[in-house]
Design a protein around this ligand. Structure first.
Ligand code: HEC
Ligand code: HEC
Length: 288
């Protein structure tokens, strides 16, 4: 078939004509475009040969390089686990103070502790360990059972009034429920407790309560009511209240005792987790 050539440009046309004289020119493709086009084809062929590409009946062509994404993930995961196993081992075998002094190990411990905390402790102590009524805040520097690293570790290991033989045990007596004090005396004692944080509204009752306190309470809470960590007895002279600082709350604490319980964790979590938790909790609370 004879080619039709456009008279103005000298370029061959495709033979398509619109509206009688509108013709489509058949310009060749630009050289740069063709170069890129052929390079892509060459690259694709090289890729098919080197990497896994074509599906077959029993699998796929595996490629000359033998690459497999599954294998590369598996080996990365194995490497990570091996690195962590070393850290985990040190976490169990080294003294806590030494772990704290080692930057890499300490970072690993507190990160592990934070995630174990979120799973096991947050339901009671809160996501940010801020606590709530009956569950102590672990961020502050006010500790029922002691705030050193070793004391915190011990508390977490064995729990508080838990079923573990090494648990913290001291219970506050149920002064009202067990009729150790008359309701009137409980009222006076509560008034005295309020007076310690400057909130008593009845000086005379507070003065009577002072003697009741000295006779019944100072043994655990201390002469100045500053608390005693061996007994888990909180300071009653500050603004921090585990069970509430209103008069009704204080009266209820004296009437029934509280007996807050925390499970032992040494029987529930592995040793590296318990130690990581101790380091994490201590890092929150300005531990001494
Ligand atoms: C079932 C609720 C509960 C869970 C879960 C729980 N705790 Fe506790 N925890 C308590 C209570 C209640 C107390 C306070 C007990 C008391 O009155 O002495 C406490 C006290 C503590 C104390 C002592 C605070 C102080 O001032 O001396 C530490 C430390 C502690 N918890 C850490 C943890 C860690 C770490 C976990 C997670 C492994 C955890 N707790 C999980 C209820 C819980
Ligand atoms: C055998 C030791 C012991 C004696 C005696 C004792 N307490 Fe306590 N008290 C505790 C302990 C332990 C707690 C913490 C209870 C808990 O965490 O469940 C506590 C908690 C309290 C609280 C709650 C504090 C808060 O932060 O909410 C008040 C109030 C209190 N005691 C007042 C008294 C008064 C008043 C007396 C004397 C009439 C007294 N206690 C006698 C051990 C004692």
């Amino acid at each position: 078939m004879k080619r039709d050539v456009d008279e103005h440009t000298g370029v061959e046309t495709t033979g398509h004509v619109w509206d009688d004289d509108l013709r489509e020119l058949n310009n060749p493709l630009p050289r740069w475009w063709l170069t890129v086009f052929y390079a892509c084809i060459a690259w694709a062929i090289a890729y098919w040969v080197l990497y896994p590409a074509w599906p077959g009946i029993h699998g796929y062509t595996s490629g000359l390089l033998g690459y497999s994404s599954r294998q590369s993930v598996t080996s990365a995961v194995a490497e990570g686990a091996a690195a962590r196993a070393d850290l985990r081992q040190s976490l169990v075998s080294k003294p806590l103070a030494e772990i704290k002094a080692n930057e890499t190990l300490y970072r690993f411990a507190t990160a592990t502790g934070a995630s174990v905390f979120a799973n096991n402790c947050a339901p009671c102590h809160g996501r940010g360990a801020q606590g709530s009524q009956g569950y102590p805040n672990l961020n502050d520097d006010d500790w029922l059972w002691g705030g050193t690293l070793d004391e915190i570790y011990r508390t977490i290991q064995f729990g508080i009034r838990s079923d573990h033989p090494d648990t913290h045990t001291t219970d506050m007596p149920r002064f009202g429920a067990d009729k150790l004090l008359e309701p009137k005396q409980i009222d006076d004692a509560a008034e005295f407790v309020l007076s310690l944080s400057g909130r008593s509204s009845d000086e005379v009752a507070a003065a009577r309560g002072k003697q009741i306190f000295a006779d019944n309470c100072a043994g655990c809470h201390g002469d100045m009511a500053l608390g005693n960590k061996d007994m888990g007895a909180p300071s009653l002279a500050d603004q921090i209240w585990l069970y509430g600082g209103q008069k009704a709350d204080v009266r209820a604490s004296i009437h029934g005792g509280r007996g807050g319980k925390m499970p032992a964790w040494t029987t529930r979590l592995n040793e590296s987790s318990v130690r990581a938790l101790a380091l994490y909790v201590a890092s929150l609370g300005g531990s001494k």
